[in-house]
Design a protein around this ligand. Structure first.
Ligand code: NIG
Ligand code: FE
Length: 405
């Protein structure tokens, strides 16, 4: 079915075909057309233009009444498949314990792993797909989902099957990442567990697009990470790495050396990491929701952009460090706390987020032929107002592959 959006006040995120990411000064270009129309044909964007260009007829017409139409958010880093919650640890955190202290007491990722072990696959699916739907209602139409709370072969596979079920049951575009190396599973030494993760790779590769390692102080070292990534390469599992959240871990460098699609977190990254990223195909991905929730520094986004790099922003939706998948709030944190301009933050949550999960050829911008992954706002909204009045409802309708959410 063809659908015509007319009376669009601001069409944002217009990009020529072939633009897969934005870097440096390009991040300031939000691709705006004022007074526009846009035509979708089934699941795809067919055409668009300024109101001075005659628009075609369509089966359904949506009068946008001057609202903004923009690409839906692309959230390239989430852990939404988890069981229960960690609200007990929320109290520990309020009482002054750090993320590392909570983890050292057997809380943190291991706590989620125990809960997941006790939860049936059906129940895990029900809890997790609800989070995917929550994200979609808030404007996300492409999301990456990681394993990493199984921490043994059976439970990691359980998670990967649940992600597959989500992928098949929602209209959002889902990419899957195997994060066996999220923490050392119970009953293993670190050495044994790194080997177990390597042994899990062939089966994980049947489900996953990418491989991730939590390369950080107290978790996995650069040499653990290099071993896992080397074993993943022949299986065509490209790396997306958790790096430099808790310390200057070397995670960025090892990720870039192994051709990572993205290196994520970067709260403790500076000149050396920027140097390592220069000229690479790796997208630095920043997760301000975890800086906000954990009270740790924000990544130095402006320094990366000033060095000519692109950055993407993602939610990191998970029960321990960022219990929210609200990409509009992520955009607001990008502007308020990292001092990105609204245009830079917008590119970071759309086209560059799509790049960081390997889907920017099919979504993340207003480009003919791409998926009709769209957010229509109420009248009067602008890119600046999204992060500025950051809690006022702005979504009139979300579309994922042309389907109303
Ligand atoms: O990205 N840093 C490692 N992993 C997650 C947190 C997972 C958890 O605490 O459950 C993150 O912040
Ligand atoms: Fe994460």
């Amino acid at each position: 079915m063809k659908r015509l959006f007319k009376n669009i006040g601001i069409l944002a995120g217009v990009a020529p075909a072939g633009v897969l990411r934005k870097q440096g000064a390009e991040m300031s270009d939000a691709g705006i057309i004022e007074d526009a129309w846009l035509l979708t044909d089934g699941s795809r964007i067919a055409a668009f233009g300024n109101a001075s260009v005659p628009c075609p007829d369509a089966g359904e017409t949506v009068d946008c009444e001057g609202g903004m139409l923009m690409p839906a958010f692309c959230d390239s880093h989430t852990h939404i498949v988890y069981a229960g919650s960690r609200d007990g640890e929320f109290l520990d955190k309020i009482n002054g314990l750090s993320y590392e202290q909570i983890a050292a007491r057997g809380g943190g990722i291991l706590n989620s792993s125990d809960l997941l072990h006790q939860t049936s696959e059906d129940d895990l699916y029900r809890q997790s797909v609800a989070r995917a739907r929550e994200m979609m209602a808030k404007g996300t139409a492409a999301m990456e989902i990681k394993s990493g709370y199984g921490l043994n072969p059976q439970d990691e596979l359980k998670m990967l099957r649940v992600i597959k079920r989500i992928r098949e049951s929602v209209p959002a575009l889902v990419r899957t990442t195997f994060l066996g190396a999220h923490a050392v599973g119970r009953g293993y030494t670190k050495e044994q567990y790194v080997q177990a993760v390597i042994d899990m790779l062939p089966q994980a590769a049947e489900y996953a697009d990418y491989v991730d390692v939590f390369c950080d102080e107290g978790f996995f070292t650069v040499s653990d990470t290099a071993r896992i990534l080397a074993a993943a390469a022949p299986l065509a599992l490209r790396p997306k790495i958790h790096a430099n959240e808790l310390a200057a871990s070397g995670g960025v460098q090892v990720g870039v050396a192994h051709g990572a699609l993205s290196v994520d977190h970067l709260e403790r990254a500076g000149e050396a990491e920027i140097e390592a990223l220069r000229g690479s195909a790796t997208m630095p991905t920043m997760l301000p929701g975890s800086s906000f929730f954990l009270g740790i520094p924000y990544a130095k986004a402006r320094e990366f952009i000033a060095a000519g790099l692109g950055i993407s922003l993602a939610s990191d939706y998970n029960p321990g460090s960022s219990p929210s998948g609200d990409m509009r709030f992520v955009m607001a944190l990008g502007c308020i706390k990292m001092r990105l301009t609204p245009a830079q933050a917008f590119n970071a949550v759309t086209i560059n987020g799509a790049y960081a999960m390997g889907v920017s050829d099919v979504t993340g911008s207003i480009t003919a032929g791409k998926r009709a992954d769209l957010i229509l706002t109420f009248p009067g909204w602008t890119l600046t107002k999204l992060p500025y009045t950051y809690q006022t409802p702005f979504i009139r309708q979300v579309f994922a592959a042309g389907e109303k959410i």
